[in-house]
Design a protein around this ligand. Structure first.
Ligand code: NAG
Ligand code: NAG
Ligand code: NAG
Length: 337
């Protein structure tokens, strides 16, 4: 088994006290993140992949990126989770694709923020291109961390820990047509790892003893917007999320911010897919369980949106932000046990 270590130096800006080292040890598909803080501070965003022509970013991406940078610097965010559609419309050609520079490095560029590691997964648009190229870019970058199509980040701080399972919903369910409204994944899976990915997910969920157990993929389980719920994930993934007491499932794909929770369930479904564009559609309003929609935001005048998640030993707070305005929504969750 290959064992490789990735090191990041994360400067802790607060009153210039000290620089702490966070260490990512990658052993097969598990990354361990050690830290000294009492709070784990994360940013969760998706659908941020710019444009395939000049200037290679959308106006919303640019404005939302700046707001993410400001928020991250103010809140001292420690890591970012990017939930796919990293490069519109057809992913990248290989690890040398200039889009890494044009849509990622030069848009999300700030001396302080550049120290924040990005944990990345792939969306449908990434799979139209070469995802292997995006995985290979990990060794070119000091902050892009995409070790495999699916993998786990174990965040272990002295008083709190989080297990974050990153999954590949495209290889699990098939790909969609290019942005046809309501189009479901076609079930045609290119490689033959569906069973092994499901087994992997179940094993990780079953074995996690962390305070908080989070799962993220590109396609939503539930959504009221342009694409709607993903039947394949309702069938295959949702039973595992329920069974193993997962706190939250994060996704992108639909271009807005949503919080959905069934009244008889403890699993929270958050959609955070609003960096590159905002789409006000509520086409699938009647396709989620009655009374489950807790929050929906898709205001084009907000110029984009994203989430922060702060976890300590007593609670985990999700906050949604718009690029143009202030905080939009806050929801507090309790540890699993
Ligand atoms: C995909 O990207 C990898 C890594 O950069 C490269 O080795 C491979 O040749 C690319 N595949 C194609 C079909 O271009
Ligand atoms: C997380 O913290 C709890 C409580 O301190 C501990 O029992 C558990 O083993 C920790 N899990 C990991 C993965 O470190
Ligand atoms: C919640 O109730 C609905 C409707 O009765 C049911 O279909 C669903 O399986 C229940 N979910 C859980 C987690 O019990």
């Amino acid at each position: 088994m290959k064992l490789l270590s990735i090191f990041f130096l994360v400067g802790l800006a607060s009153s210039g006290i000290c620089a702490i080292q966070r260490r990512y040890e990658q052993s097969s598909r598990t990354l361990r993140v050690k830290g000294d803080d009492d709070i784990i501070k994360m940013i969760v965003m998706g659908d941020w992949g710019g444009l395939p022509f000049w200037p290679y970013y959308s106006p919303f991406e640019k404005v939302t990126a700046n707001r993410i940078i400001t928020t991250s610097n103010e809140e001292k965010s420690q890591m970012l989770f990017a939930l796919g559609d990293n490069f519109y419309y057809n992913g990248v050609t290989d690890e040398n694709d200039p889009r890494f520079q044009q849509t990622f490095e030069s848009v999300f560029n700030d001396a302080e923020f550049n120290k924040v590691p990005w944990f990345v997964l792939a969306g449908n648009h990434d799979h139209y291109g070469n995802v292997t190229g995006q995985i290979a870019y990990t060794k070119r970058s000091s902050r892009w961390v995409f070790p495999d199509l699916w993998y786990t980040i174990e965040v272990e701080y002295p008083t709190v820990n989080v297990t974050f399972v990153m999954i590949d919903t495209v290889t699990l369910c098939g790909n969609t047509d290019h942005d046809k409204w309501g189009s479901q994944p076609d079930g045609k899976v290119v490689d033959h790892h569906v069973e092994s990915q499901l087994q992997y997910i179940e094993e990780k969920l079953q074995n996690s003893r962390s305070h908080y157990l989070l799962v993220a993929g590109h396609f939503p389980v539930y959504s009221v917007a342009e694409h709607g719920p993903t039947q394949c994930l309702i069938d295959k993934l949702k039973p595992l999320l329920e069974k193993y007491n997962v706190n939250a499932y994060f996704s992108g794909h639909d271009h807005n911010l949503q919080h959905i929770r069934e009244t008889n369930s403890t699993v929270n479904y958050f959609v955070s897919g609003a960096v590159d564009v905002v789409d006000p559609s509520k086409t699938h309003m009647d396709d989620i369980p009655d009374g489950s929609l807790q929050f929906h935001w898709a205001n084009v005048l907000g110029l984009g949106g994203f989430a922060t998640v702060d976890a300590d030993q007593s609670q985990m707070a999700l906050k949604f932000y718009s690029a143009a305005g202030s905080g939009l929504y806050k929801y507090v969750m309790k540890p699993r046990k």
